[in-house]
Design a protein. Structure first.
Length: 607
């Protein structure tokens, strides 16, 4: 799970590669390296972030018109210089950067070692340049294809040959590779964010394809050497949106972008007169929607939590039984997919390996599969071929914020649409549609509470254990609030259904374990007030999130976060925004690396 970028052209490559790498750091940031080609390869590697690599490259004063670079999230071998990419064969003829996992690398390595190859790293990736060198005689494309055919697992690679200046070969299977088309220069990378300052014209590679790239042209082929024609796609979003825009961290920038991001998710999709929604990307007729009798939602992490909120929406609004699956389990538990089951994978990146595997299994089993994704052209979006894009803009912070709320909004839109094809009345539909249209404004009101939330986060900054409790559609929000806090501040935080506390976890409560109670006015609130009393009786300090001016909760605690009064459908979104701000302020107070928390990566493309 790493970021790769390569360049071949007429400009010094080092700066372009480092710039591209810095935009890929969300994919991993424990070590980095680059390799430039002049007469010979010059390779520079460091432990740590891309800025360390940039300093070292400056000190070494290396450059070239062709190069490949890598930012790593370790899977095989510790984050050490020897394990950082690019890797070369022992003859120094072939250089490779790789994103993915080679599952059969041990067998390949021992076979190569028997043939005299010397390895220096502990990685799975190092077998790739050795294999290519082994196959390389005078046809570099055939050598790469032959080597890749030996691999089991996943890869996105860029390859250079010492004796063939100007040539770069990129290929993919299971890990994204996008080719960027410039003027007199071309690039390849694992994400368009690494290409966008250079070009807006891109080609998405599919699994089993390779691109033969020179400064003048790009040719696509299958591994069996069959030429492929592919349309050029145009990136339309603004590269400025991937800067921090004056904010201290991407996370807080993205939290504050939520009114706009939600407006983009919703735009043109609510039909106020019909009390319905329009989601053209789903490509389903009302009749097809009415036939769906079960929805299965696979996802991971925050996307799993948004799916759990979707489950409430689909059942409550549309009357369709829905269930959420941890995507990693989906294909291993032989899921029951019937002809009228809709599988609805949720993935911000559209590249998460477990969710992708669930998509493939669902397609294999004949399900109708539609993706909820943020990244246009991502693998999951393309393989599903239908779905709902969030249009939330690029999410760079490792902790998901705006993508999460936009996923929930997309699920609400979908439930409205499916509801109207079934039991939901026009009047009820219009009410929900109006609530959806109000989401940006509701979220803005939560953002206006920043100073209060910041004060409370600072007050509790020395505590190391937190519980988050909620009921109904706020139960998944409790899970998400706890995930946000542990992710960015490294403190222990657990999300529970409020009724579960007394079944065991309550033994941990006490004056050093604050409880964040999601006490908004939604059905079940009265029971949650009882749960707050139970926590106070065990001396746990309580921080309460409440709706509007609700005075009920004030008698229990003075640490109150107010979110605007809303229906139960909007409450998960307003509440989670308050918890995102809490997690952010708490982590900032503890001086954590908020945008790139330790041990994590933004896009999890390994199983
Ligand atoms: C948490 C977070 C992760 C992701 C998870 C799935 O803040 O960002 O838990 O939600 O890795 O990623 P996607 O949605 O890209 O499939």
């Amino acid at each position: 799970m790493c970021g790769i970028v390569g360049y071949t052209g007429d400009a010094p490559a080092a700066k372009l590669l480092l710039d591209g790498l810095s935009r890929l750091e969300y994919r991993g940031y424990d070590s980095a390296g680059l390799c430039l080609l002049n007469q010979d390869f010059s390779t520079v590697k460091t432990v740590g972030k891309v800025r360390n690599l940039a300093e070292k490259v400056r000190d070494c004063q290396v450059d070239g018109l062709v190069g490949i670079a890598h930012t790593r999230w370790a899977t095989h071998g510790a984050p050490l210089e020897k394990n950082a990419h690019p890797h070369l064969d022992d003859g120094g003829r072939v250089a490779v950067v790789h994103n993915g996992i080679i599952e059969n690398y041990m067998a390949l390595r021992s076979r190569l070692e028997k043939r005299g190859h010397k390895f220096i790293s502990d990685t799975d990736s190092e077998v790739i340049p050795h294999l290519i060198a082994e196959f390389y005689d005078d046809d570099p494309v055939q050598a790469v294809a032959a080597a890749l055919r030996q691999l089991t697992g996943t890869y996105g690679v860029c390859v250079l040959f010492r004796d063939l200046p100007g040539l770069m070969i990129a290929a993919r299977s299971g890990s994204p590779v996008i080719v960027g088309l410039g003027q007199g220069s071309n690039m390849a990378a694992s994400d368009v964010t690494a290409l966008i300052t250079h070009t807006r014209n891109v080609i998405y590679l599919n699994d089993g394809e390779l691109a033969v790239i020179t400064p003048e042209k790009v040719e696509l082929r299958t591994l069996a050497n069959v030429p492929i024609e592919r349309e050029i796609s145009r990136i339309t979003w603004d590269p400025d949106t991937i800067g921090k825009g004056g904010y201290e961290h991407f996370m807080i920038k993205e939290i504050f972008e939520q009114p706009e991001a939600l407006a983009n998710t919703i735009r043109g999709r609510v039909l106020p007169d019909d009390g319905s929604a329009k989601l053209s990307g789903l490509n389903m007729t009302p009749r097809e929607m009415a036939m769906i009798n079960r929805i299965v939602i696979p996802g991971c992490g925050s996307s799993l939590h948004s799916g759990l909120i979707g489950e409430y929406y689909f059942e409550d609004i549309a009357g369709i039984p829905a269930e959420v699956e941890q995507a990693a389990e989906f294909r291993y538990r032989n899921p029951i997919i019937e002809p009228n089951t809709l599988v609805l994978p949720i993935s911000q990146s559209g590249e998460t390996a477990d969710t992708l595997a669930a998509v493939r299994e669902a397609i294999h089993k004949g399900a109708v599969v539609a993706a909820i994704s943020n990244v246009v052209g991502s693998t999951i979006a393309r393989e599903c071929g239908r779905g709902v894009y969030l249009h939330a803009g690029p999410e760079i912070s490792v902790a998901s914020t705006k993508a999460f709320t936009c996923q929930v909004a997309a699920l609400l839109l979908m439930s409205l649409l499916f509801g109207r094809s079934r039991r939901l009345s026009g009047e009820d539909g219009r009410e929900i549609g109006a609530e959806i249209a109000r989401l940006p404004e509701l979220v803005q009101s939560v953002l206006d509470e920043f100073p209060t939330i910041e004060r409370i986060a600072k007050k509790y900054a020395a505590f190391n254990d937190f519980f988050f409790i909620g009921r109904g559609c706020l139960y998944p929000v409790a899970l998400e609030g706890a995930l946000k806090l542990k992710e960015v501040s490294y403190v222990h935080a657990e999300g529970y259904h409020a009724a579960e506390l007394k079944h065991g976890p309550m033994s941990l409560l006490g004056d050093r374990v604050p409880v964040i109670a999601l006490a908004n006015r939604i059905p079940g609130q009265e029971k949650l007030l009882g749960n707050i009393e139970e926590c106070l009786a065990r001396r746990s300090p309580v921080i309460a999130v409440v709706s509007g001016e609700d005075a009920n909760v004030a008698k229990y605690t003075s640490d109150i976060i107010r979110v605007p009064a809303s229906s139960r459908y909007a409450a998960p979104i307003t509440t989670v925004v308050a918890l995102q701000i809490f997690a952010y302020c708490f982590a900032r107070e503890r001086k954590c690396d908020i945008d790139q928390p330790r041990n994590l990566a933004k896009s999890v493309t390994v199983e």
